[in-house]
Design a protein around this ligand. Structure first.
Ligand SMILES: Cc1cc2nc3c(=O)[nH]c(=O)nc-3n(C[C@H](O)[C@H](O)[C@H](O)COP(=O)(O)OP(=O)(O)OC[C@H]3O[C@@H](n4cnc5c(N)ncnc54)[C@H](O)[C@@H]3O)c2cc1C
Length: 454
């Protein structure tokens, strides 16, 4: 058992692991250092929003932070509003309230069990894994723990390679949409806004900024020019447990075959495609593990965008709001591959190519909304850079976080560190599905077991 632990990260993954640990009896009691990196402990990036337009993209009944208490979030909201239904898509702000309440409860319970938690609202700068533990360094201080867990979420967004230096320096190209949303009221409202990327991040941004800047028009740009799919208002009935499809996919670990099998499964009469996609979810990490690197790379090139659109869907009300913006003419979508972003007088000029045609587009403000950054090799995250430079960790070759095993042990030189773990987005290369709460809470529970047994 590891007695002295450091949890590094201030989001829902860290909150979930901390609460799992504090709920258990451990002898001797735990000494936990929780480095939250500033910000709102437990809420992290996704649940610090105060906008009521920002809804969860998972139904309330599936958003518990505890794998062992599936109704956790639903019970929390129904205590103040019994009319809430498990199939509802609720505001993310409310989910942040739940995380905070559960962490406060776990801290109290933990204290009663004799555990000691040190909440440290700063970022860890460096880690040195050793044979008997890990040294944690922050500012001028360092101390030794038996084990450390990286729960740092996605990495800070980096500018796309096609964006010119002058465009970046102009302040008109925004790399981090979350920082922009937090400070939007201090910005002179622009008239023409271009969003680069059309995933769920773009949806968040356009809903919030179209309300704040009523005179602004928006153009959303992506290679395929399509937003994510929407959830059905009522949950689709499960097809079955997906076992037949999963078995067939296991027998043919090749992207072209998987695409064919999925098309066939979805094409069956009376089958709702969402139910087929959802039936695969619990099996995805196992299936991903079966795929050779070359096939994973093929997936990333050819199938990822379609999978992400189908898998990470918008809540129906969010879809309606986006649709209304499009119908009013305030939001347009464009297909194209971005070739360049340059300064042009007081504006930015974007050059895009689509079907052999090169076009340009002008904007007062360009916002990069390409989704979660997980490529360590491009990152300026201080701790990650330190760990990579010292060869303490290795980057996933496809830009999907770190090299790790399925238990969350980080690897170096082909070997697992016994005392250094990760949870959440950093494990995408190992597990593929590793960014949303239904997966993160499972990881938190299993990791808590491992840490207490270790
Ligand atoms: C806008 C948005 C909406 C989402 N909606 C949903 C949803 O509806 N349902 C769902 O299941 N999932 C959703 N997700 C997925 C989301 O990633 C997870 O639900 C969850 O929030 C991930 O939490 P995390 O702790 O891994 O990461 P984060 O929330 O990113 O938290 C990581 C934290 O670590 C801190 N940190 C970083 N470096 C250090 C350091 N060196 N030292 C200390 N702290 C550090 C950061 O400051 C941050 O606070 C959404 C994600 C986003 C971005």
């Amino acid at each position: 058992m590891f007695r002295r632990l450091a949890i590094i990260g201030g989001g829902a993954a860290a909150a979930s692991l901390l609460s799992e640990l504090l709920e258990r009896d451990a002898t001797p009691p735990l000494q936990l250092d929780w480095f939250t990196g500033g910000g709102h402990p437990a809420r992290g990036v996704a649940y610090a929003t105060t906008s009521e337009q920002h809804l969860l993209n998972v139904r309330a009944a599936s958003m518990s932070m505890f794998a062992g208490k599936p109704r956790g979030f639903l019970d929390f909201v129904q205590r103040s509003d019994p009319a809430v239904n498990g199939t509802d898509f609720l505001p993310r702000r409310l989910y942040g309230d739940y995380l905070e309440a559960e962490v406060a409860r776990a801290l109290k319970q933990g204290r009663a069990r004799g555990h000691h938690v040190n909440l440290i609202p700063i970022a860890v700068d460096a880690l040195v894994p050793e044979t008997d533990g890990v040294t944690v360094i922050h500012g001028e201080e360092s101390h030794h723990v038996d084990a450390a867990v990286l729960a740092i979420g996605a990495l800070p967004p980096q500018p796309l390679g096609v964006v010119g230096e002058a465009a970046l320096a102009s302040g008109r190209y925004v790399v981090d949409p979350w920082r922009l949303l937090a400070a939007a009221e201090q910005i002179q409202p622009p008239r023409k806004v271009v969003l680069v990327g059309l995933g769920l991040t773009a949806v968040d941004v356009v809903l919030e900024l179209s309300a704040r800047w009523p005179q602004a028009g928006f153009v959303g740009l992506s290679r395929h020019g399509r937003f994510p799919e929407a959830h059905l208002r009522n949950a689709a009935l499960p097809v079955d447990d997906g076992a037949g499809l999963v078995e067939a996919m296991r027998d043919a670990p090749e992207i072209r075959q998987w695409t064919r099998l999925l098309r066939e499964a979805i094409g069956q009469p009376g089958i709702e495609w969402r139910a087929v996609v959802d039936s695969l979810r619990p099996h995805l990490s196992g299936l991903w593990a079966e795929l050779p690197l070359e096939q994973r790379s093929r997936f990333m090139r050819h199938a990822r965008w379609a999978w992400e659109r189908a898998r990470h869907r918008m809540a129906p009300a969010v879809h309606d709001a986006v649709d209304a913006l499009e119908r009013s003419g305030r939001l347009q979508r464009r297909c194209g591959r971005l070739r360049a972003v340059e300064v042009d007088g007081a504006s930015l000029r974007l050059t895009l190519a689509h079907a052999g045609v090169v076009e340009t587009l002008d904007a007062d403000l360009v916002i990069q909304t390409v989704g979660l950054e997980t490529d360590l090799r491009r990152s300026d995250h201080r701790l990650i850079s330190q760990l990579l430079t010292n060869a303490h960790i290795e980057a996933d070759p496809l830009g999907l976080g770190v090299i790790a095993d399925r238990n969350g042990h980080l690897h170096h030189a082909g070997q697992p560190w016994p005392h250094l773990f990760a949870i959440g987005s950093l494990l995408r290369g190992t597990l593929w599905e590793s960014t949303a709460m239904p997966e993160i809470r499972q990881q938190a529970r299993q990791l808590a077991d491992r840490l207490l047994d270790g």
